[in-house]
Write a protein that binds this ligand. Structure first.
Ligand code: CP
Length: 323
């Protein structure tokens, strides 16, 4: 992998290899990923409910979302509550950041109220690493998405979802199609898939949305989804992030759907039993057809549910030590 490096190495793991922050996945290895997967699965009860635990009673998790979110924010909050922690959701739009308070002062203010772990989403790449540095060990930091850079818990829940279904990463071709240029989800997912030994990761996008960060022998870039599908065991569709596009990078949503939209006919061209994923939010009729999004091969709602389990494992690992 190449590209910007907002977080220096050894910021995430302590000397014994345990998590102290989660900023991206660069310091991860397959053992740590699988340890988190096994712990996440422990939280899934046989009757389908998610386990309640008191392991973090007395601890406080603060969420700071400078960008909109449904899934990530809700899943972090539910994960922390199910571990017995207190959750402080700062409403950034009504906070003193609007009166000119710096992010660092906001953090130190909340940390003085004994917040143990901050979950941060921000539009700037590298924001989570800056927060970790500003806190200087006084609290842990979990990156909930920073600019185009990383969305590590999304990658953990995506790969957990495949692992939970018994997918053998070392024998699979995984195709990721969509707005790769702006996608922190794709960057983190590719990192996780490489760590897990996936030999063939096909990144497909219109020429204007192909990424520049994907230099690795397992990764290929292409612009033709129909050529990529026959080898695919998993197809991950991404949202067009129009809010991050400066100027017209696409002719229009209709033409995009014609060339890159995931339809039933396209899914039928993939490997038998291929899985469909999407990190959400989905734009039906733009990057994915409803029959596919709601169909039997779709793992989209599994991904959402697993977001709680995986975030429980990560929060517990950071705040309660080894898992
Ligand atoms: N997948 C994801 O990050 O969704 P939200 O923006 O709703 O959190």
């Amino acid at each position: 992998m190449t590209g910007e490096s907002p977080s220096p190495r050894q910021l995430e793991l302590n000397s014994t290899g345990d998590l102290k922050h989660l900023l991206d996945l660069r310091e991860f290895n397959a053992d740590l990923l699988k340890k988190l997967f096994r712990r996440a699965r422990d939280f899934q009860l046989e009757d389908g409910r998610i386990q309640q635990s008191a392991s973090l009673t007395g601890r406080t998790v603060g969420t700071l979302f400078f960008e909109d979110s449904t899934r990530t924010r809700s899943a972090f909050e539910l994960a922390a509550v199910r571990l017995g922690a207190t959750v402080l959701n700062l409403d950034v739009s009504r906070s003193s950041t609007k009166k000119g308070e710096t992010l660092r002062d906001t953090l130190l203010t909340l940390q003085a109220m004994d917040v143990d772990l901050f979950v941060v989403r921000h539009g700037e790449s590298g924001a989570a690493a800056c927060v970790a540095k500003a806190l200087d060990g006084r609290a842990a930091v979990l990156n909930a998405g920073d600019g185009w850079h990383a969305h590590p818990t999304q990658a953990l829940l995506d790969t957990y979802t495949l692992w939970d279904r018994g997918v053998d990463f070392t024998q699979s071709t995984i195709t990721i199609v969509g707005d790769l240029l702006h996608s922190r989800v794709a960057r983190s997912l590719v990192q996780a898939l490489i760590i897990l030994g996936c030999p063939r990761i096909q990144l497909i996008a219109p020429p204007t949305l192909l990424p520049q960060w994907a230099a690795h022998p397992s990764v290929s870039l292409g612009t033709d989804l129909d050529k990529a599908l026959p080898a695919s065991h998993v197809v991950v569709a991404l949202r067009l992030q129009t809010e991050r596009m400066r100027g017209a990078l696409l002719p229009g949503a209709g033409e995009y759907f014609t060339r890159y939209g995931l339809t039933q006919a396209r899914l039928d061209a993939a490997q038998p039993g291929a899985w469909v994923m999407h990190p959400g939010p989905i734009n039906r009729g733009v990057e994915i057809d409803s029959t596919v999004a709601d169909g039997p091969r779709s793992l989209i709602l599994d991904q959402v549910r697993h977001g709680v389990l995986v975030r429980m494992a990560v929060i517990e690992s950071i705040l309660a030590g080894d898992i």
